[in-house]
Design a protein around this ligand. Structure first.
Ligand SMILES: Cc1cc2nc3c(=O)[nH]c(=O)nc-3n(C[C@H](O)[C@H](O)[C@H](O)COP(=O)(O)O)c2cc1C
Length: 186
């Protein structure tokens, strides 16, 4: 069976982002038949309806095609002020205006990393609501909340915490199974 393609988005643009590092860990821990690629969407401008009226920016179109062509989506976001990060919400807002809308029916898994103890639980439920509203098929379990994230990665950004490695590996297996269960993309 050929490898399933998953596009991964980090809600943090920081070079040393723990969420980005968690996505790279997920890519390394994923089963052989799940290929995860972290996509840089930092060129997406702030949403403005006037800009959209001039035509979707190339960065938005490119991101939309990446997601549309992928078998699945993986999103890791930090929690900012009890919700998802602004950059991620901004990108989602742009993508939601595309036709066809790339989240519709897309098998999607979510994880979050924060330095606080809750691991982004509050924001993750907002993200579920947002992309659930866009008809993504969001995987329910296992949930992955990486609390005290600064203690779980080393200086090189490698995930060293065994319990976190285990739950992420389990989530990637569940995502692979979820994609296969939902069948080929429309
Ligand atoms: C603007 C802002 C707001 C934040 N709000 C929260 C919050 O509500 N809850 C929380 O647990 N952490 C909060 N944090 C801390 C982030 O979770 C922490 O900096 C995290 O490491 C950021 O993710 P990153 O490493 O992927 O950039 C906030 C950080 C920033 C910059």
């Amino acid at each position: 069976m050929s490898a399933l393609k998953v596009v991964a988005l980090s809600g943090s643009l920081r070079a040393k982002s723990f969420n980005n590092a968690a996505l790279l860990a997920a890519a390394a821990l994923a089963p052989d038949d799940l290929s995860i690629r972290v996509v840089d969407y930092s060129a997406v401008p702030l949403y403005n309806g006037d800009l959209q009226a001039q035509g979707f920016p190339a960065s938005v179109q490119a991101l939309g095609s990446e997601i549309a062509q992928a078998d699945g989506l993986l999103i890791a976001s930090p929690e900012y002020n009890f919700s998802v990060s602004g950059v991620l919400k901004n990108a989602i807002d742009w993508l939601s205006r595309l036709n066809p809308q790339p989240f519709k029916g897309k098998p999607t898994a979510i994880l979050s990393a924060t330095m606080g103890p809750l691991g982004g639980a509050r924001s993750q439920y907002d993200l579920r609501k947002i992309i659930g509203g866009l008809e993504a098929n969001v995987l329910t379990k296992p949930e992955v909340f990486i609390g005290a994230c600064h203690t779980r990665f080393n200086e090189q950004g490698e995930l060293t915490d065994e319990a976190t490695r285990k739950i992420i590996a389990e989530q990637m297996v569940a995502l692979r199974n979820w994609i296969r269960q939902l069948g080929p993309r429309a």
